[in-house]
Design a protein around this ligand. Sequence first.
Ligand code: SAH
Ligand code: SF4
Ligand code: F3S
Length: 449
Amino acid sequence: MEKLDLSKVDLLEFMKNFFKRRFRTDSPLAFVKVFGCQQNEADTEKIKGFLFSVGFKFVDEPFLADFILFNTCAVRHTAENRILSHIGNLKKLKKMNPNVFISVCGCMVEQESILEIIRDKYPYVDFICGAKSVEKFPELLYEKITGQKIFDSNINFPIYQDCKFKSWIPIISGCNNFCSYCIVPYVRGREKSVDYRKILNDCESCVKNGSKIITLLGQNVNSYGFEDVKFSDLLQKIDKIDGDFTLRFMTSHPKDFNENLVDVLSECKHFSGHLHLPVQSGNDRILKLMNRKYKIEQYIEKVKYARKKLANLVVTSDIIVGFPGETEKEFEDTIDLVKKLKFASVFSFVYSPRKGTLAYEMGDSIPHEEKIRRISYLIETQAKISEDVLSDFVGKNLLATVENVSDDVSLARTDSNLLVKIDGKFTPGDRFYVKILKSGRNSLFGAKI
Ligand code: SAH
Ligand code: SF4
Ligand code: F3S
């Protein structure tokens, strides 16, 4: 390929003109759909920032769009199937309008097997950009369109936030943990921490622009490290930013979540009071096979310490059922654990074998119907516990941010991430104390005070 050195303005200008000509309009339309975790949400905000900077407006329906983009997830087989069927649905659209430009990005297309499927079955996909290359999306798109390579284009553009009062701030990308079931380290690569000065700048400008909820993102935020700044140092620095905002982070890996971090959190005035600490299983043998590097007793001690030090702490978790070889007794250990620890909520998943991971070699011994029975029982057990946990908040005053407004009811989230319905019409982004009057199955009910 011929090399070309373009300055920042040139690349954006080039793209703007290219799309204007291709779609024969001054304001082309883009449909962007995101699958997967918050990391993908954050990447999507970057891609949308670029698209917006080159003249796109966003629409909610693919058939209205000139440019279609899916940002994909690979974590479970079901997610991939769903995405592939979405891509399949675009065939008709492309036939009706061959000018439409289809891009598939993210974790799923970091796998050779998926690239083959796309080549064979969905040849009308115009552009593919894997999760590891998302920072280079504009350059790679330029290369695809022109057949010419760019080096150091250095383009700069703001991210595009769908929701102005909620900000995702990636602090560490990739993962080094290689939990045996998980594909993320393969599709996202090794851990890399972002310069803390950039993170602080990003947080400051978000708060200045009216952001109320800052969520620091990483597959394992606890292993953040840039120069001599560790995760707890980073939290202390962000906590010094003036303004009315709450600080969340996810995900914490239990092996690295320690008492020192809890002590630091107890001094942070902006800490949200929400801790997402995925346990994955309540049984030591399974945890070992999962390569999680903690024992269940250690996990319990960590949660106990955090609850003792942090008032009104809300703890949530992730659990996988049906890991290869998980016995009924081992599954019951997981049930016992959720009963004992009373998480506010649990994201539960049926084990999905992922080619290339260590667990893939262990087979997939639990029949599908049995996995479904286990997950249903877990969900049912947890539902009662969630209801119980919510009822403990009745009578308390909690800070909350309004997210959605419909008719005469507003839906808000407490800083600690509990859903609260409030009578009255407020504006999304409003933030105030709510007195909790009642609790239900999934949410609280309260009044502004
Ligand atoms: N880095 C985070 C999140 C990883 S993906 C963490 O360490 O917790 C989010 C969740 O998906 C995981 O917590 C796990 O519960 C689930 N998950 C990951 N791989 C899976 C698989 N192969 N099958 C089923 N669930 C899986
Ligand atoms: Fe996957 Fe484990 Fe890394 Fe989380 S910590 S992304 S579960 S390998
Ligand atoms: Fe999915 Fe990639 Fe996130 S695999 S869960 S979108 S890191």
